[in-house]
Design a protein around this ligand. Sequence first.
Ligand SMILES: [Zn+2]
Length: 421
Amino acid sequence: MNGKLWSLATLCRNRSLPPERLEALQLRKLRAVVEAARRDVPFYRELYAEAGVEPGMPRTMEDLQRLPLVAKPQMRAAGLQNAVSERLAAQCRATLRTSGTTGVPLAVPLSPEDARIRSLVDFRGLLSLGFRPWDRLVTVGPGQGRAPAPHERLGLFRALVIRAEVHPEEQVRRLLRLRPDILWCYPAELRVLLEKAGHPLRELKPRFLIVSSGVLEDQVRRMAEREWGCEIFVSYACMETGRIAIECPKHRGPHVNADHVLLEIRNGDRAAKAGETGEVVLTTLNQSAMPFIRYRLGDLTAWTGGACTCGNTFPLIQAPEGRVDEALRFAGGERLSPTRFCFALRASDGIEQFQVIQETLGWIRVLIVPERSWSRAEEDGLRQRLLEGGPPGVRLDFEPVERIDATGRKFRSTVSKLPAE
Ligand SMILES: [Zn+2]
């Protein structure tokens, strides 16, 4: 526990490091990450040997540019056993799966230390937004049921999860029972919840909202502000690296967790200038089991530039310009968040890749690339899970295909052919 407090205190202090000390910290961590990856991870060992990266690199932050970029398909093709540290593979307990726009998941095993630092970085972000010891935080999204931590048993910093796959009616019931002080959810989930007829959630009084993984549409922001009149903060994360950035308490934009990930914004083969939109490339600084070094995440953002008045010296970015998750719509105006569909599909064994296509108000096609033989019984079970609690009479067809072209920025794991509202 003391070790944890010490790490948290260090993480909190890092936020006010002057730029040159922050860069020194980043370089020290980066060199250790690259050295360990070259020594213990076959994927990087081979990649760096092929690219002629000399031992001892990078010596400076500029040297980072001399390391090759990597992408998800390349890491998938290398195989999990080659992308994980030989020294730490046996220690990994939790394995996350990437979600996001491509519909092709990548397994990300974490060592206990990797998981611990991720949770501390998240906790630091919550503290910066005003998470108080007696607050109840409820997340609607990914997460596992777990035993409460010792501090939660004492009623301190309680954090509860309502899984995104749970039907919206049940989400509403649980939210009303749990009465969150802080509500954390996906923008698409938030929209579905706020559009429930009669606004059953009106009586909730969250002090603030945190939205992550997806673009917060202005309309949804206005709905939340109107319903609850509370502040909204944007968080930016991915399964590969954990929390990338969290919005400034003064709403100046998201501050990158610069002691946790090294974020580059690339425009073609050069670094983007302040204000110029480019592709996010990430390097993990606190992840030993499966390091990501110059990993092309594919999201688009830009540096805001300039120092912040809140005291945090971590750089500011614009809220990522991801895709706007369109909820699936049905006759009678009912909506379902595509997140729920995508989560259930991702959690299904035997599906390598998928794409959900809404053809009409009553017809959804799901293209799937099966990993092995795909049985009718599995199909029926999955259909039932996907449509559970939804409006009656919706037709849902599975179409096994050989491949789905998920390359390019235009790919969406959910496509709606309905006319815009
Ligand atoms: Zn700030």
